[in-house]
Design a protein around this ligand. Structure first.
Ligand SMILES: [Fe+2]
Length: 344
């Protein structure tokens, strides 16, 4: 049984016809509204939730044919049934092509009118249900995809922290780098989406170290060229690990985080502003934290020494705009030397 609380708008210039239809439809349990012309009909549509319009084709002023497209444009979920004289059926059929759901013929056979109305309302009801179901389905798929992505990223993040915790030199590195990178992102007024990418790229930037030989990683002395090349594969490996669950920007950020601004890094094909901005940000954040942490081959530099080193490497290793933003942040925060040491 259809929900009978639905409202039907009867549009006809003849009051006797409106009354006749209203009486029959009210007896069947529908709410009815009446309109004697197109303007009144539009006003009723504006102020009421109308499920179906019974629309007379021939009316003085704006005709039903002219009103039909306005209803279909403004109220696409409202069903429309054209009412026409038997002699004008071809016009009613044309209206079907322009969005009308059905037509009824004058003089009316009330049983037939009821059936046509019921059928149109059922069709509308079904259409709304299908749309609601589709929307629900899309939302569910989107939610589940997001949840799977979050879980996977969380797992990789846990892996990074576990890797770092095992190594006495790098404990907390990714969290601190993320804090610095986000402060830089704010300083450079990145969009919320770019900030989110920056956060994930920073947290996961060293996940590729899983492929690096710990003996080489922790070698106390100077690295040979071969060993250095081996360590540097981590950027490429890391990009490959996160690629299935992050967007292209995060992948590129990780892949390019050791790129030098002057393009003279190992096997480097990009330079300057062709290096993704997020990777240029990450390069400064990563280098600062690395310099101010102990390493197997040297003790930590002081904050001032590290800042001097960044200044010295502007335009060669670092993007001047990013380096400048970093120096500004650091001079503002000069009273808290361990600003980034607490992590995120
Ligand atoms: Fe790295």
């Amino acid at each position: 049984m259809m929900a009978k609380q639905e409202t039907i708008l009867i549009v006809d210039d003849e009051q006797t016809i409106r009354r006749l239809l209203k009486q029959m439809l009210s007896n069947e349990g529908y709410h009815c509204q009446e309109a004697g012309n197109a303007e009144e009909a539009l006003e009723k549509l504006r102020n009421n939730a109308i499920s179906l319009v019974l629309l007379d084709i021939k009316m003085p002023g704006k005709s039903g044919i002219e009103l039909l497209p306005e209803i279909k444009t403004g109220y696409s979920d409202t069903a429309v049934i054209m009412a026409t004289a038997v002699t004008d059926i071809s016009v009613a059929i044309k209206c079907l092509k322009h969005g009308a759901d059905d037509y009824i013929c004058k003089p009316f056979n009330l049983d037939e009118v009821y059936l046509v109305v019921q059928r149109a309302l059922e069709k509308r009801h079904l259409h709304l249900k299908i749309r609601e179901y589709q929307q629900h389905l899309e939302e569910t798929v989107e939610e589940q995809t997001g949840e799977i992505r979050r879980l996977f990223l969380g797992a990789i993040e846990a892996l990074v922290f576990a890797l770092e915790a095992k190594d006495r030199y790098t404990g907390g590195h990714s969290r601190r780098v993320t804090s610095i990178a986000l402060a830089l992102g704010e300083e450079l007024v990145l969009s919320p989406d770019d900030m989110e990418d920056l956060r994930w790229g920073s947290l996961l930037h060293d996940v590729g170290k899983i492929a690096v030989d710990p003996l080489i990683q922790n070698k106390p002395g100077k690295l040979t060229q071969e060993e250095y090349e081996h360590i540097m594969i981590h950027a490429h490996v890391g990009a490959g690990i996160v690629q299935p669950v992050v967007n292209e920007k995060v992948v590129k950020m990780i892949e390019h985080h050791h790129d030098r601004y002057d393009g003279r890094g190992l096997h480097q094909a990009t330079a300057g502003s062709d290096i993704p901005l997020a990777a240029r940000i990450l390069a400064v954040a990563d280098s600062f934290d690395a310099m101010t942490s102990d390493r197997p081959y040297r003790t930590a530099m002081s904050r001032e020494e590290a800042l001097d080193e960044i200044k010295r490497c502007v335009t060669t290793q670092f993007d001047p705009v990013v380096a400048d933003a970093f120096l500004k942040i650091m001079s503002r925060k000069s009273e808290s030397p361990d600003l980034f040491k607490s992590g995120t």
